[in-house]
Design a protein around this ligand. Structure first.
Ligand SMILES: [Zn+2]
Length: 293
């Protein structure tokens, strides 16, 4: 009898481990979207941030702690973008899997060559990018590396599904190649833009355009009236192709500048779900590049 009960318990344990999905928690929506592409029906994904929110200014909530507590893996942007809430969530969750150094703590920025990396870390002036530019997700090469990192890590967490994750990675890589060929027709090379925030530097690098000025005086620091006056003068003289702004912050200031100078403001979705058309990372990029063109 004891043997039968033992075998019964073993079979239940086996059944749950064999069919259990990897529980994924991400900060931003684009990370969750990419995790879904790699994990498909072997993962369950929850994203903590809504696409209407400013990703620099998120506050920790009890519901987020509950989500992180249940996670097998926590995937985040890194480069201190989540410094205001994520360390607290990780600590309060008391979930050993997602603690720094463990496989369930997935910092996407580890797979990226970071630009605008300062010589020394300095938050004294309120700069919200102390470790370099954290907005690397508008770049196919960065996303390709992160996708490969996701497939590798999911395979470590669920070794039985490794070939499934690698097959999904191959699909993502093929779609990336197809999209890069399609995006090559965009004529952005040599164009000049003004931008509210330092959000588009990786995109500018990949597509050969330049950002000639910023509405913020420093990343995270709103403009002074003197700075706005200088920008109006500069914009009237240099006539950039547009003033780029994300939907969550700075649209009023950009509308004012646009009104004063006649240079159009371009509201660019910053994350998956920020507009109805940005359903995943690929359609987000389709829309971003279409708007800039
Ligand atoms: Zn930023």
């Amino acid at each position: 009898m004891r043997k039968i009960v033992f075998l019964f318990l073993i079979s239940i344990l086996f059944a749950t481990t064999a069919h259990a999905k990897v529980q994924v928690v991400t900060t931003m929506g684009w990370i969750g979207s990419l995790a879904r592409e790699i994990g498909k029906d072997k993962v369950e994904v929850v994203s903590l941030i809504k696409p209407s929110q400013d990703p620099h200014m998120i506050e920790a909530k009890p519901s987020m702690i509950v989500a992180v507590r249940k996670a097998d893996i926590l995937m985040y942007n890194g480069l201190d973008l989540e410094i205001g809430y994520l360390p607290r969530l990780i600590e309060s969750s008391r979930n050993p899997k997602v603690q720094p150094g463990n496989a369930g703590n997935f910092d996407c920025s580890r797979y990226v060559t970071v630009i605008e990396k300062p010589e020394t870390v300095d938050r004294s002036m309120g700069d919200v990018h102390p470790l370099g530019n954290p907005h690397y997700h508008y770049s196919a090469r960065n996303v390709a590396n992160i996708a490969a990192g996701m497939a590798k890590t999911f395979s470590e967490l669920a070794p039985g599904d490794a070939s499934y994750f690698n097959a999904n990675l191959a699909i993502v890589q093929a779609t990336l190649r197809e999209r890069q060929a399609r995006w090559a027709v965009h004529h952005l090379k040599g164009k000049k833009f003004l931008s509210y925030h330092k959000y588009f530097e990786y995109l500018a690098r990949d597509f050969g355009f330049s950002i000639v000025g910023y509405v913020e005086t420093k990343p995270g620091i709103p403009p002074s009236s003197g700075h706005i006056e200088n920008l109006i003068e500069m914009t009237r003289k240099d006539r950039p192709a547009g003033i780029l702004v994300t939907p969550y912050h700075g649209t009023k200031e950009v509308a004012f500048l646009s009104h004063k100078t006649g240079v159009r403001g371009i509201v660019v979705p910053h994350d998956v779900g920020a507009t109805p058309a940005a359903k995943d990372w690929f359609t987000l990029m389709d829309q971003v590049l279409g708007l800039l063109e």
